[in-house]
Design a protein around this ligand. Structure first.
Ligand SMILES: [Zn+2]
Ligand SMILES: [Zn+2]
Length: 147
């Protein structure tokens, strides 16, 4: 039973040997791909947007996004195709996030770094304070013992 899994698309149990989904969904996906690529091969459709492709071919948007993401539909050939940014959903053509989300994450990480640095500095100061109060205490104590 080791190569048996649930199909990520329809949930049916299938043997995982050949492909990441069941035979039925695989066939459907390939039919979709045929439909879309046939549509895109027509010269006048080269500049079509995903929505237009979806409306004219009846292939689900998700599926078209997937083909673009996987590089099966090349954005170099079809400049208006793309897929949504995983964070904000705006249409992109490479990577997993759009430029502004990438920037946001980067500056977010920098902020976390700065906060950490600040916390560390605070800790450091507290430790110094504690150390100096201990030495004051010892100094007082010494004076007391000398008496
Ligand atoms: Zn399936
Ligand atoms: Zn984004």
């Amino acid at each position: 039973m080791k190569d048996v899994a649930n199909c990520p698309k329809c949930g049916q149990i299938f043997v995982k040997a050949l492909r990441p989904m069941c035979q039925h969904c695989y066939k459907e996906q390939e039919t979709n791909f045929e439909t879309v690529s046939k549509f895109m091969r027509r010269k006048q459709n080269r500049m079509a947007s995903i929505r237009e492709v979806h409306e004219k071919t009846d292939v689900p948007l998700e599926q078209i996004h997937q083909f673009v993401r996987e590089g099966r539909l090349l954005v170099t050939h079809f400049p208006n195709l793309g897929y949504p940014c995983e964070s904000c959903g705006s249409i992109i053509q490479e990577a997993r996030l759009c430029a502004s989300c990438t920037d946001n994450i980067k500056s977010g990480l920098e902020k976390i770094d700065k906060e950490k640095e600040f916390e560390q500095r605070k800790e450091e100061e507290k430790r110094k304070e504690r150390a100096s109060s201990v030495s004051t205490y010892q100094a007082l104590n010494n004076r007391f013992e000398k008496k």
